[in-house]
Design a protein around this ligand. Structure first.
Ligand SMILES: Nc1nc2c(ncn2[C@@H]2O[C@H](COP(=O)(O)OP(=O)(O)O)[C@@H](O)[C@H]2O)c(=O)[nH]1
Ligand SMILES: [Mg+2]
Length: 219
């Protein structure tokens, strides 16, 4: 059954429209999650044209852990390995209905100029040659203040007409007041570039319904 947020779902003062019934009742059931392939260049990207959603952010931001959390699989994606060493885009097919991609992370300190150039090329290729890309989940460790590179990345995707959903990860590390101040500083920093910011924790499995709702609304 396809469930949508009906007009009656806005329970004012308790939940706003988007966090009401849609989030509680419309979580996609992940029945199948499989690794398709890794690819370095567009010619190797899998074909098929299913709607695609990318996870992008600094090395160690929690991209792989979040994909595992969303799909409910412990180790669909390898986590915590030497950060920044791969330039491959990893593709995962979910429910035979959409694809999630784990993009290489930026900001790894030991990256050489050649590696940086290769990384930029990978990202430009991916953003340019993936018309089925519906949105980029842009992950930031919620404990880190955002930097110019984050703003540049969001602008980069937005300028190409690609939706960006900001995700503040590892929110289990924040208490309520830290979370409120992270939220303020992120929305202040990104300003009009962002609608809302999803706080997630792969550890506590928070933010899953909101992330899946973002996917479902673009299928
Ligand atoms: N406390 C906490 N640690 C996390 C969370 N997500 C990821 N991590 C840890 O952060 C490190 C990097 O995670 P990973 O998913 O590999 O990041 P990636 O490099 O962006 O793919 C690992 O040690 C994870 O266990 C989270 O939600 N909470
Ligand atoms: Mg990873």
């Amino acid at each position: 059954m396809k469930k949508r947020c009906l007009s009656s779902c806005s329970v004012s003062g308790v939940f706003d429209k988007k966090t009401s019934l849609l989030y509680f009742f419309s979580v996609i059931d992940i029945v199948k999650a499989e690794f398709i392939k890794s690819a370095a260049v567009p010619a190797d990207y899998p074909s098929g044209g299913l709607p695609e959603f990318a996870f992008f952010g600094r090395s160690n931001a929690g991209k792989s852990s979040l994909i595992n959390m969303i799909t409910g699989r412990k180790s669909l994606v390898k986590t915590g390995s030497t950060p920044g060493m791969t330039r491959l885009v990893n593709f995962f097919r979910i429910n035979d209905a959409f694809v999630l991609t784990d993009l290489p992370g930026y900001g790894f300190a030991r990256r050489s100029a050649a590696e940086t150039a290769a990384f930029d090329k990978m990202l430009a290729d991916y953003a340019s040659f993936r018309p089925q890309l519906r949105a980029v989940f842009f992950l930031m460790d919620s404990r880190r203040p955002p930097a110019q590179v984050e703003k540049d990345s969001v602008e980069y995707f937005s300028a190409r007409g690609i939706d960006v959903v900001l995700v503040a990860t590892k929110s289990d590390k924040l208490n309520n007041s830290m979370r409120a101040s992270a939220k303020n500083s992120l929305s202040g920093f990104f300003g009009l570039l962002t609608g809302k910011i999803i706080f997630s924790s792969a550890l506590k499995k928070t933010g899953r319904a909101e992330l899946l709702a973002e996917i479902e609304s673009r299928l």
